[in-house]
Design a protein around this ligand. Structure first.
Ligand SMILES: NC(=O)c1ccc[n+]([C@@H]2O[C@H](COP(=O)([O-])OP(=O)(O)OC[C@H]3O[C@@H](n4cnc5c(N)ncnc54)[C@H](O)[C@@H]3O)[C@@H](O)[C@H]2O)c1
Length: 256
């Protein structure tokens, strides 16, 4: 039995993670926390606790793993609290600064196992491999990364777009990044990154590789957040009992 606590329990992702976890025979939600809505009852009977009570809730409910889908500032605190108590982690929140990433790394390494991914869908994890392969094969082509999300998304560009840029850099070496363009902006050898926001778009990512007389586009479109939620639940099952350290979704999928 894998027992989970969830921060961001009443959010878009939290709600779906509860649904996905309920489908898994050997998984039980033992705690749910959110910054708003304390006292509400979650499916399965768990009562939402206020985010400020995280430490006490983890001590009392002793989950195997904390799944965090909140906002960057909150997630850093949640991760440090859980790691300090020896609770393994699945971190889906995006939009961390490099200082916040360093803080989490310090709290996790040597203490607990954590899967961190800006995108838990199976398709995006294949998309990253395809993009790296295409970039390595089309070295001189111009590359643009275009992402689109719903109008409530807080961070831009998306964590998935940034991870896509990292996959391209791994294949090609260090590159200049240009975020959007305005005014006189002749194209150099940069990677262009563009964020579109509107309506209820769940998450689209396109990598365009353009050369002379042709272009290749590699595209992933999420139709439903359940693609992310089921991946996060799978990561939660996988991470418990692993050696302390930071793992990616690729590590989870490798050992399917
Ligand atoms: N990794 C992935 O696959 C993936 C997929 C989708 C979204 N995301 C990311 O997950 C995060 C959440 O996305 P969402 O669409 O569910 O957002 P959302 O705004 O619907 O939900 C976030 C929830 O976190 C709560 N919250 C804020 N501070 C908190 C705290 N200190 N403790 C507990 N809860 C707190 C909010 O009240 C809200 O209910 C974002 O960073 C988003 O970019 C990641």
């Amino acid at each position: 039995m894998t027992t989970i606590a969830l921060t961001g329990a009443l959010g878009r992702m939290g709600t779906l993670i509860i649904q996905e976890a309920a489908k898994v025979k050997d998984m039980q939600l033992v705690a749910g926390l959110d910054a708003v809505g304390a006292g509400k009852e979650l499916p399965g009977g768990v009562i939402v606790k206020d985010a400020s009570e995280l430490e006490a809730v983890l001590i009392e409910s002793r989950p195997d793993v904390l799944i965090d889908f909140t906002i960057a500032k909150a997630a850093v605190n949640n991760v440090c609290t859980a790691a300090n108590l020896g609770v393994d982690l699945v971190i889906g929140t995006t939009g961390f600064s490099s200082e916040q990433n360093d803080l989490m790394k310090k709290a996790i390494e040597g203490h607990v196992a954590a899967v961190i991914s800006p995108n838990f869908s199976l398709g995006v994890n294949v998309f990253w491999k395809l993009v790296a392969d295409a970039a390595a094969s089309l070295k001189d082509y111009d590359i643009e990364v275009i992402e689109a999300h719903h109008n409530q998304k807080k961070d831009a560009p998306s964590g998935t777009a940034l991870a896509t840029v990292e996959a391209i850099k791994k294949a090609l070496g260090e590159k200049e990044i240009v975020y959007g363009r305005q005014g006189l902006m002749p194209r150099g050898k940069e990677i262009g990154v563009h964020a579109v926001r509107g309506g209820d778009i769940v998450g689209d990512h396109t990598v365009l590789l353009a050369g002379s007389g042709e272009r290749l586009e590699i595209k992933h479109q999420a139709h439903s957040r359940s693609a992310f939620a089921s991946g996060a639940v799978r990561a939660a099952q996988w991470v418990v009992g692993k050696e302390p350290g930071i793992y990616s979704m690729a590590d989870v999928l490798k050992s399917r």
